[in-house]
Design a protein around this ligand. Structure first.
Ligand SMILES: Cc1cc2nc3c(=O)[nH]c(=O)nc-3n(C[C@H](O)[C@H](O)[C@H](O)COP(=O)(O)OP(=O)(O)OC[C@H]3O[C@@H](n4cnc5c(N)ncnc54)[C@H](O)[C@@H]3O)c2cc1C
Length: 800
């Protein structure tokens, strides 16, 4: 062990060794992994080693696919057997809704290029796994690249391959403390102190403590998990093939062959946390006592699914812990305010996801950005609010218990809620507001009568008519929307304008104006679809998506210039928007005289008793205003607006209406049309780029794309011949049996009475009038590319 390394990985489980391997493989040879005990001594040694394709987040499913392809490679590179059994695998559906969902998931897989899957009948499932009862099975999805690995062998293979690339590993050496230095970190270990530029927390069950060593409180907790290994099953012994890895979603179990018996893993609905503050340091190759009473219900289902278990004994019980984040996805990436401190934690399926995590993190550290869109596992998707222990317990517990329970797109889950509420929350609830949650904040979805109950559905919700009425109010009269769920950053200082000019690709707005501002990465990929306000007094605002707050703050900090102060106002400044042809009438009734703001103008004015900041813009495509006030004025602002518009048909609306209205205008939104995986030219955001600027972040890459052959795919608007269900995202788009793109988002346009989708399709097929088709909830529907903005294409309403 030397006294200095470029990077030090803490933790020798499957994740730490994968990070080490990727760093060394991609060119950083001066890297060290430190392991407290011996390699695998956390969760990794007792994992079931299952690898399978399904993940609700398509980007994470793609990284899982990368891991699966990598496994044979590391075996070859290291010469260490990983005991790979690529048996193929099945995911089974036991209810009509689940079967529909699986058919739609199969199409999503096609969209992201996972093409070794097919749907199977219950009879085929029975033939593929003859020891399984097919009672209650309605269908399944088969994937070729599923199976299992020897977990210890796999960790040693990553480690061996890393060493071949020049990395070092030191075992039996606990990291005791981390101290931030001018150039990185001082790593205090049992065997001495090391200086390094980068430190990676891959401490698995101990991630919490290794976070705290750097003053970082990670939203992560271990939970216990059971599997059993049966004695030899005679029916299996008689087979001349291995049965596939099988996930029985309605049975809460996964199964794989283990020698001539089976391993049956259980996702317990009645979950149990373990050592919420991190495992004890002395914990190692130990397990918890099995608790068969707690898992009785799932065990009965498992023994019914695999009846042979009723006749053979249990050879081994495993009840071990592994870690979860609130949404079950890993926590990866740099921690804002801690330069050189990186996370690779909360990886709940390390053998399946470890490769993708290692690859993305190594790319991030070496090149500044990962190749894939990894927002779904970016540590910055959680803010300080997620450090609360009760929040962590409720959300991780909910995720665990629901691991195999279907969550419908319109379903709202209760854990960790309500956490943050804008001041008018109670008044709005009394008015019928139904809420969703974004980054811990309650955001309005729609307003319904008390007796209304929304039914979870894969298709159009029974709130359809309610949302239609809110859309009508906005198009014909005026709608009021609580816009507390936007992020607001105040930018001040002598260098404010120069910094904004540097970090945004667009022209900056003149004094008293707002402007749409794409923000790009060095590679020309999207980093934000923001709105910049110039209040004219040296103060600027950046407005964006509330849930991207920490992600954007980290980006701002990484690209900071001198003499600029960026302040996050998001929780102290809230507001309401007015949208619709009667918005000006309402506003003028509460302001002192006529409202003379031009389209995209902004200024400070009296709104009732409130001194508010007002911008004239609306994502609905109507005449509209966004009115910002301090949190203590929120209740009053709402009351004044509703009173002023009472005889003008004013109606409170929610974000479900906004999503429908913006789709009719072909206005893209983040995490759908815009992600860090897409470029400005692909998404049409390049029309906001100011090419005359000499420099801004991402300029070279954007120029190269502009001056080359242009983007290979383009964002289009589709009119879909839908029936009872609309596109939602990631559905494949076809022509003549060939996949030519995928949906970014979709929904019903209530004003136009049509189903729409936005999609990224091959550039040479992006012409208006092109006939295509789209799979919606598993059914192929005709679709046609139409001109953008089916509602009011000339944009007269918003400029009126
Ligand atoms: C019963 C069970 C079944 C599972 N089945 C599967 C499955 O089928 N498929 C799958 O993909 N996943 C499965 N998992 C999950 C899998 O085990 C984990 O996702 C994976 O092991 C996490 O790896 P890790 O490297 O993040 O953490 P760990 O394996 O916990 O490794 C962390 C390492 O860091 C070391 N460390 C911690 N603190 C320090 C310090 N201060 N200094 C030095 N070293 C330190 C520890 O000693 C440990 O070796 C299962 C888990 C359980 C419990």
């Amino acid at each position: 062990m030397k006294s200095h390394y470029r990077a030090v990985v803490i933790g020798g489980g499957v994740v730490g060794t994968s990070v080490l391997y990727h760093l060394a493989k991609f060119g950083w040879k001066d890297v060290l992994l430190i392991e407290r005990s011996v390699l695998t001594a956390g969760s990794s040694w007792h994992a079931a080693g299952g690898i399978h394709a399904l993940n609700a987040d398509p980007n994470i499913a793609a990284l899982q696919a990368y891991t699966i392809d990598l496994l044979p490679e590391i075996e070859k590179e290291s010469g260490q057997s990983i005991g790979l059994h690529m048996t193929g695998g099945m995911t089974l559906a036991g209810t009509p809704d689940r079967w529909e969902w699986l058919q739609s998931a199969y199409r999503t897989f096609q969209s992201i290029g996972i093409d070794d899957c097919r749907l199977i009948t219950p009879e085929e499932a029975g033939e593929l796994c003859p020891i399984m009862s097919t009672d209650g099975i309605l269908g399944g999805m088969w994937a070729d690249r599923e199976g299992y690995v020897d977990t210890t062998g796999t960790v040693h293979a990553y480690a061996g391959a890393a060493k071949k690339h020049g990395a070092e590993i030191v075992e039996n050496n606990r990291v005791l403390a981390l101290n931030q230095t001018a150039n990185g970190w001082e790593v205090v270990t049992e065997k001495g102190t090391i200086q390094t530029e980068h430190v990676i927390n891959a401490a698995g069950l101990w991630a919490k403590q290794v976070g705290r060593m750097a003053g970082v409180e990670l939203p992560v907790s271990p939970l216990n998990h059971h599997y059993l290994i049966s004695d030899t099953i005679p029916e299996l012994e008689a087979l001349d093939f291995e049965v596939p890895m099988t996930v029985d979603l309605e049975g809460f179990t996964y199964m794989r062959q283990d020698q001539k018996g089976i391993l049956l893993g259980i996702y317990e609905v009645d979950h149990e946390h373990w050592m919420v503050d991190g495992a004890p340091w002395e914990y190692g190759f130990e397990l918890q006592q099995e608790d068969t009473d707690r898992i009785e219900k799932e065990l009965i289902l498992g023994f019914e699914r695999y009846p042979a278990l009723q006749h053979v004994g249990v050879k081994t019980w495993v009840n071990g812990a592994f870690t979860f984040s609130p949404d079950g996805n890993p926590l990866v990436g740099p921690v804002q305010g801690k330069p050189g401190y990186w996370c690779a934690c909360a990886v709940m399926a390390g053998f399946l996801q470890g490769g993708g995590v290692g690859k993305s993190l190594a790319e991030w550290m070496i090149h500044g950005e990962p190749e894939a869109d990894v927002f779904g596992m970016d540590v910055s998707r959680y803010g300080d609010f997620a450090q609360n222990k009760r929040f962590i317990k409720e959300t991780t517990g909910q995720f665990y218990s629901r691991r195999f329970i279907m969550t419908y797109p319109n379903e709202q889950l209760p854990a960790g809620r309500p956490l943050k509420m804008a001041p008018a929350y109670s008044d709005m609830t009394a008015a019928g507001c139904r809420w969703g949650a974004s980054y811990g904040l309650e955001v309005p979805l729609y307003f319904a009568p008390e007796s209304f109950v929304e039914k979870p559905s894969l298709k159009r919700s029974n709130a359809f008519d309610i949302v239609a009425e809110e859309c009508r109010a906005v198009r014909e009269d005026v709608g009021v929307l609580d816009i507390s769920g936007f992020s607001r950053f105040e930018v001040t200082g002598e260098g404010a304008e120069a910094w904004l000019d540097h970090v945004m690709a667009s022209k900056l707005p003149a004094a008293g104006r707002a402007r749409l501002a794409p923000m790009l990465s060095d590679e020309g990929k999207m980093k934000g679809d923001l709105t910049v306000f110039n209040w004219g007094d040296g103060t600027w605002w950046i407005m964006g998506s509330y849930y991207l707050r920490d992600w954007h703050k980290r980006w701002f900090a990484d690209h900071m210039l001198d003499n600029v102060a960026v302040r996050d106002l998001s929780d102290g400044t809230v507001g309401f928007s007015l949208s619709g042809p009667k918005s000006t009438m309402v506003l003028e009734r509460v302001t002192d005289g006529p409202v003379n703001l031009p389209f995209m103008g902004c200024g400070t004015m009296d709104v009732g008793l409130i001194r508010a900041k007002v911008g004239r813009l609306s994502v609905t495509g109507e005449l509209g205003y966004e009115i910002h006030c301090s949190a203590v004025e929120h209740i009053g602002l709402r009351k004044q607006l509703l009173k002023a518009g009472a005889d003008l048909g004013i109606k409170e609306v929610g974000f479900n209406a906004l999503l429908s209205l913006r789709l009719e205008k072909s206005f893209g939104i983040w995490n759908a049309e815009f992600t860090q995986g897409y470029t400005a030219a692909e998404t049409g955001m390049d029309r906001w780029i100011d090419w005359s600027k000499a420099a801004f972040v991402g300029r070279d890459a954007a120029m190269t794309e502009r001056d080359g052959n242009g983007p290979a795919r383009r964002l289009v608007t589709l009119e879909v011949a839908a029936d009872g269900a609309d596109a939602s995202g990631y559905e494949p788009v076809w022509t003549g049996g060939k996949m030519v793109g995928f949906v970014t988002s979709g929904g019903f346009g209530h004003t136009m009475g049509k189903s729409y989708a936005m999609a990224l399709v091959d550039a040479d097929l992006a012409a208006e009038g092109t006939d295509l088709s789209v799979h919606i909830v598993g059914v192929e529907r005709a679709a046609k590319i139409i001109a953008p903005s089916p509602y009011d294409p000339a944009g007269k309403a918003m400029r009126s």
